[in-house]
Write a protein that binds this ligand. Structure first.
Ligand code: DC
Length: 231
């Protein structure tokens, strides 16, 4: 679906870890035949490259240099995205605690973010349908004119609990919650594009909602916008 100005139809989904963004994004993409693009996976892929090449994720100039020799592609897959780093499928390598921590660190650097934003706009531009793009700065920076902006949030306790229940780590419940809160603090307090709801985003607090309630509410928001596009 493209609008008159040939801008892609964009559903921007932002919010902290564990708020339910990925589940909502996958559902909306399938329900409205939109391309699902997970921008967090791109930061994770760059972090993986930093770890593999011995580049310090905290070293802004070194990270900027690294982006110049890096190619990250997202391809649609059954669940989420297949992620190609310099042509290699690294999808299975992106969810380790080491990559998660490094992704949070590489994402604070301005030049890294500019490079990512350009790549993310290009991905949406190439989409023949509209896109659901999920991240931290989609409604504020990447697509400030997105037709739909959702900001999903939940209490830190609920988000920590969900992350722990998702498993995939041998870490204790306390360690999972603590790591998540540390990442949150960094995402919300960084100078460049901190995690914040766009002024015109619809806030959905998922703390006390069931999954089907969250999906029903967000689906209704997108359906309403498709029925009544902004003037
Ligand atoms: O959503 P995620 O957990 O896969 O994201 C990994 C990291 O990347 C997270 O610490 C925040 C960062 N990120 C970001 O700064 N901007 C985005 N648009 C997406 C993710």
């Amino acid at each position: 679906m493209k609008d008159k100005a040939a801008n892609p139809f964009v559903v921007a989904i932002d919010g902290p870890a564990g708020a339910g963004k990925s589940t909502v994004a996958a559902h909306l993409a399938s329900r409205f035949s939109l391309l699902n693009l997970e921008t967090g996976a791109m930061y994770r892929a760059l972090a993986l490259k930093a770890l593999r090449t011995g580049t310090d994720p905290d070293d802004a100039p070194a990270m900027e240099v690294l982006t110049r020799s890096t190619r990250i592609e997202l391809e649609p897959a059954d669940t989420g995205n297949r992620v190609l780093l310099d042509g290699d499928d690294v999808t299975q390598d992106l969810r380790t605690p080491e990559v998660t921590a490094a992704a949070s660190r590489v994402s604070v650097h301005g030049p890294v973010r500019e490079w990512m934003v350009a790549a993310q706009r290009a991905l949406a531009d190439h989409a023949t349908t509209g896109v659901v793009m999920e991240g931290r700065d989609i409604g504020t920076v990447v697509f400030p004119d997105a037709q739909v902006k959702l900001f999903l949030d939940a209490s830190p306790e609920a988000r920590g609990e969900r992350r722990f229940e998702q498993g995939g780590t041998a870490a204790s419940r306390e360690a999972v919650v603590q790591d998540m809160q540390e990442r949150d603090r960094r995402d919300r307090s960084r100078e460049q594009s901190p995690l914040v709801a766009a002024a015109d985003a619809v806030l959905v607090d998922t703390t006390n909602l069931t999954l089907s309630e969250v999906l029903a509410r967000t689906t209704a928001i997108v359906a309403a916008r498709i029925a009544h596009p902004a003037a």
